[in-house]
Design a protein around this ligand. Structure first.
Ligand code: GLU
Length: 277
């Protein structure tokens, strides 16, 4: 009897879970439908200074935020009508697939693996994987010097973590957290020796605490940042690509980049060419 009841409860829970997945907690309709209603939900990072940051007063800042606002504007959506939702690295595909966000603008590299689940407009920026260490560290000078059991932090579901696993895992101890700000905290308190991700992200953290952290070595991958959207939604992808091209052409792109991540010793990459696939 008791088993029966447990089984019934279990099945009930499963049915609820399936129903929740089916509607995904998201809105019906495409990104363009939502934009026509004057609203958009955009996934960004909440903890990456210079790129996607939720400020103490509840406002949002960073280059990804500026790109999101510009693109939304071209789709007819006012900045105040954008709902920003946190999109941690490992959740980005799921958020798009479930319809919980219309777009993801979150230091999101275009990869073939991700393209099995989502589509990308862009690229709107080209970054490269690099390393962040404490300013007084002298033994880590680049990716080769990670050998010798160094503790390296990166983020679950990110391309840098994947790259380290594939290429350097034997020689480094990789620790994976959910966000880069947790990695940076671990670096500060000495529980890891280095943090790895894209140079532009690391530069943002270094700029936040001058003289305490530094980016070392040359970038050792190419990360094409795309705007993630529903797979197969070509109409939205074309419109978002048009917006990225316009942002580059009218000077807003360079201005936004300079105001958010420029300065403090970091030279951003030049504007990329949008790839219409
Ligand atoms: N661009 C890389 C990626 O998409 C690293 C940055 C991130 O995790 O947001 O995985």
């Amino acid at each position: 009897m008791r088993i029966n009841r447990a089984l019934r409860l279990g099945l009930g829970a499963l049915a609820l879970a399936l129903a929740a997945t089916a509607c995904g907690g998201g809105n019906e309709g495409s990104a363009l439908d939502h934009a026509k209603d004057g609203k958009l939900t955009v996934g960004i990072k909440f903890d990456q200074p210079g790129l996607g940051l939720r400020n103490k007063d509840g406002s949002y800042s960073g280059f990804d935020v500026e790109v999101a606002k510009y693109v939304a504007g071209k789709l007819g959506v006012q900045p105040e009508s954008i709902t920003f939702k946190e999109a941690p690295s490992a959740q980005r595909e799921t958020l798009i697939e479930n319809g919980q966000v219309d777009l993801v603008v979150a230091t999101y590299s275009i990869t073939d693996k991700r393209k099995e689940k989502v589509d990308f407009a862009g690229p709107y920026y080209v970054a490269g994987q690099s390393l962040l260490v404490k300013a007084d560290n002298t033994d880590i000078t680049g990716v080769e010097s990670l050998n010798g059991n160094k503790k390296l932090c990166s983020v679950k579901g990110s391309t840098p973590a994947q790259n380290v696993k594939e290429k350097y895992a034997k020689d480094v101890q990789l620790q994976e957290f959910d966000t880069y700000s947790l990695c940076v905290e671990a670096l500060r308190n000495g529980s890891v020796d280095a943090v790895t991700t894209d140079d532009i992200i690391l530069a943002g953290f270094a700029a936040q605490s001058p003289g305490q952290l530094k980016v070392v070595g040359k970038p050792f991958t190419t990360e094409n940042y795309g705007i993630g959207l529903k797979k197969g939604d070509k109409e939205t992808r074309d419109k978002v690509n048009d917006a990225i091209e316009a942002m580059i052409a009218d000077g807003s792109w360079a201005k936004a980049l300079q105001q958010t991540v420029g300065g403090a010793g970091f030279t951003p990459s030049p504007a990329p060419q949008v790839n219409r696939y």
